[in-house]
Write a protein that binds this ligand. Structure first.
Ligand SMILES: [Zn+2]
Length: 223
């Protein structure tokens, strides 16, 4: 059960309709990490902040991750108004979110990102979070569906996009593609990406990641 005291309200101005709204965030001081899955999902003793990473404007329906919310360009505003706001039934995601509401917020962000032709890495991150939320909800089929969507977008990102200025580098992304492939039971694909990861000079500079890639490679070999 989520306690109100774990959360705080943040005021946000929507870059589309310019109205202000309130959205909840988890107090970082309240975060107690229990464990981390090999694809980087953090589990906490209480509320998981990924449930609140997407801001959704209750007035116009524009949704994006917190760190991308204001990145929208002037000439893209009409795309959101025409395709989302015009058919938006006003809903407020500013309260405590259950897993279903969190999932819905990410699906709205995925739709907005598709319309705005967001980078594959960003769309992949949204799909990965959706896979994680379904894991927390213990819905295996939907988890797998979104992990595959994430993995496929990450492969495109690895091959076609610059990762500079993002939370990813070649080492971490190739590891993650390998790990997601392992979870999808795609043995050859997983081995190939773990090998890619282990052969990068940047991976050898990162002993923790290097060890994880070796360990997960070994798990795949045993599949
Ligand atoms: Zn708005």
């Amino acid at each position: 059960m989520t306690e109100q005291s774990e959360l705080f309200d943040k005021k946000v101005e929507c870059p589309i309709c310019k109205k202000e709204f309130s959205t909840k965030k988890v107090k970082t001081s309240r975060l107690r990490l229990l464990k981390r899955d090999e694809d980087f999902l953090n589990h906490y003793s209480a509320e998981n902040p990924i449930k609140y990473s997407i801001f959704v404007c209750p007035n116009c329906g524009y949704a994006a991750s917190e760190n991308k919310f204001n990145d929208i360009k002037k000439d893209q505003i009409g795309i959101i108004i025409d395709n989302i706001s015009s058919r938006w039934n006003k809903r407020d995601f500013g309260g405590i979110r259950d897993l279903d509401e969190a999932i819905e917020s990410y699906k709205l962000a995925l739709l907005a990102g598709t319309l705005l032709k967001a980078k594959k890495l960003e769309q992949g991150n949204i799909c990965l979070s959706l896979g994680w939320l379904y894991r927390l909800k213990e819905e295996k089929n939907e988890e797998v569906r979104f992990l595959k969507l994430a993995r496929d977008q990450f492969i495109e990102a690895y091959n076609t996009e610059s990762l500079s200025g993002t939370n990813m580098d070649d080492s971490k992304l190739s590891y993650l593609i390998g790990e997601l492939s392992r979870r999808l039971s795609e043995k050859e694909e997983a081995l190939s990406w773990f090998n890619t990861c282990l052969n990068l000079a940047s991976t050898r500079m990162n002993p923790a990641l290097n060890d994880m890639a070796r360990e997960q490679w070994r798990l795949v070999k045993e599949m």
